[in-house]
Design a protein around this ligand. Structure first.
Ligand SMILES: [Mg+2]
Length: 417
């Protein structure tokens, strides 16, 4: 009987069968993370990840997705993606469902890469470049990770402490030295979020010119220190309404940022397009969107100059590649979000290596050099503002097996009976 959805592919001897799915929430290291491993009957293990409200993602994977995946063909990535997406679309396809699908999709691509003995970017048709250009976001070792066992609110992290990796702190206290240091290391761009404090105190409808002047001062000091050797990116973490956003854009005009990211809320794409037209500034949109329909509306309404994607939120490597290709048809470059976990970074690198219109990969050196080391077996090295393409098969990295030990808090496994 024909059906209008995709049934599981019949297994043959050559298929890899999914035998178990494990998840781990590393509450002691990075409490917003959901780590995932898919096991197969031939011993290959795929790693995946998503971020934010991990307990909800864990529930979707174990209590919902395993009914489709356990015992199924591990290599039928598109079949599983479409089936799970459509079942989730029936109930709103937002939040935890898309994040769970993203984590699974990463792990399945990791398995396929290992089976083929190739990095994922080769299976996507790459490479189209020899290395990935990155910028440094002004995080700090505790921006995201936490010792309190609870993740904070998005866009409301603290500026942290002074120290070699305290880039949030340096942005406000030593911006010229920070800019010089990054240029010396070979970075070509820095991401800042100087308006968060004003937003939390006074937002979202207005921001005073005094607060704007105060927030822009460090950016001006960076310009004075290194001129245009460093592109400046400004993220508003979607704190503001349109009138406040327009004031911020006006205040930033002389700084000449590469882009303004998520200054206003992403709730209404018509308003976003209006913001772009009125501000006459380059606008980046946005890791806060999910799946192609969201991005298609943004592109069709000419609301963005740059597209930003989080591979572990939009629907994994599969959907990131498709959104990137969609943006290409509008001649819009695509950058990949991180700040949220090591496999998010690696997934962005893998797709970026195969996407002609990939532009920048976000990186947070304060996380890569600290907590990422505890989560994966090999952290990427940033050299002259670039990361070399991974050479290992699959994702190019594996999650730390100690995080998947039976009895560890935050660990859960579902097995084929
Ligand atoms: Mg952002």
């Amino acid at each position: 009987m024909e059906t209008n959805y995709l049934p599981p592919i019949p297994l043959s001897d050559s298929n890899l069968k999914i035998t178990a799915i494990e998840t781990s929430i590393p509450l002691d290291l990075f409490p917003g993370l959901l780590l995932c491993r898919i096991h197969t009957d031939q011993g290959i293990i795929g790693c995946g990840e998503s971020y934010y409200i991990p307990q909800a993602i864990e529930a979707v994977i174990h209590d919902y997705f395993t009914h489709r995946l356990l015992g199924a063909d591990a290599l039928a990535i598109e079949s599983h993606w479409r089936f799970l997406y459509e079942r989730c679309a029936n109930i709103g396809v937002r939040g935890a469902e898309l994040k769970a699908l993203s984590a699974i999709d990463l792990a399945l691509w990791d398995i396929l890469g290992q089976v083929c003995n190739q990095p994922i970017y080769r299976l996507l048709g790459g490479p189209v470049r020899e290395k990935i250009k990155v910028y440094n976001s002004c995080g700090n070792p505790n921006y995201g990770p936490s010792t309190t066992r609870a993740h904070g609110w998005p866009g409301m992290g603290t500026i942290g402490e002074p120290g070699p990796l305290g880039d949030s702190w340096k942005l406000f206290h030593e911006p010229a030295a920070l800019a010089k240091e990054l240029v010396e290391l070979g970075y070509s761009a820095i991401k800042t979020w100087p308006f968060d404090t004003a937003a939390i105190m006074d937002g979202p409808s207005n921001i005073s010119w005094k607060d704007i002047d105060e927030a822009i001062k460090p950016l001006q000091e960076m310009r004075d220190a290194v001129g245009y050797d460093l592109e400046i990116l400004v993220d508003g973490h979607a704190h503001f309404h349109l009138p406040a956003g327009l004031r911020i854009a006006e205040g930033l005009r002389e700084i000449k940022p590469l882009w303004l990211e998520d200054i206003i809320k992403m709730d209404n794409i018509n308003t976003l397009a209006d913001f772009r037209r009125q501000s006459r500034m380059p606008i980046s949109v946005s890791e806060m969107l999910l799946t192609r329909p969201d991005y298609a509306e943004v592109l069709e309404k000419q609301a963005a100059d740059f597209v930003m994607i989080d591979p572990t939120w939009v629907g994994g490597i599969s959907e990131t590649k498709r959104i990137g290709d969609l943006a290409q048809t509008y001649n819009i470059p695509v950058s990949m979000h991180d700040c949220t976990g090591p496999l998010t970074l690696f997934a962005g690198i893998q797709v970026g290596a195969a996407l002609p219109n990939a532009f920048y990969q976000e990186t947070v050196r304060a996380q890569i050099q600290t907590v990422y080391k505890d989560l994966i077996d090999e952290v990427p090295e940033i050299k002259q503002g670039h990361i070399d393409l991974p050479t290992r098969p699959g994702m190019g990295v594996a999650l730390n097996p100690d995080l998947f030990k039976k009895g560890r808090e935050g660990y859960r496994i579902s097995k084929l009976k």
